[in-house]
Design a protein around this ligand. Structure first.
Ligand SMILES: [Zn+2]
Length: 109
């Protein structure tokens, strides 16, 4: 029996990491909303959880096709959206194209 779209769980199909309900990249908007609700009182816990999920996804997708793996995009997709301000509002994920790369500190000799 096929459930209506709204009742399907927006969980990932592994190892592709696409949403079981809407077929978008997981976590889709519905999954992110559900996770934010589940971790409403533990936002650092949400970041820790999604970092663990990121590691699993990178391992899966690397096994499928290492040439297509963009780790910066993966970080943004899985963890970047979990950032929140001191006031509890979520920040948009960072744009990797505008993020400056950190330079190592100068060496004093
Ligand atoms: Zn979905």
């Amino acid at each position: 029996m096929n459930l209506p779209y709204a009742l399907r769980a927006h969980t990932p199909i592994r190892p592709l990491w696409i949403c079981r309900a809407c077929a978008g990249p997981w976590p889709c908007a519905h999954a992110r909303l559900t996770l934010k609700g589940e971790y409403e009182n533990d936002r650092p816990g949400l970041s820790v959880y999604m970092t663990t999920v990121l590691h699993e996804a990178v391992a899966d997708l690397y096994r499928l096709d290492p040439s297509e793996l963009d780790t910066t995009a993966m970080f943004t997709r899985f963890v970047g959206w979990t950032r929140c301000t001191a006031f509890g509002t979520y920040l948009p994920p960072p744009d990797p194209s505008t993020t400056e790369k950190r330079q190592p500190p100068p060496v004093n000799r």
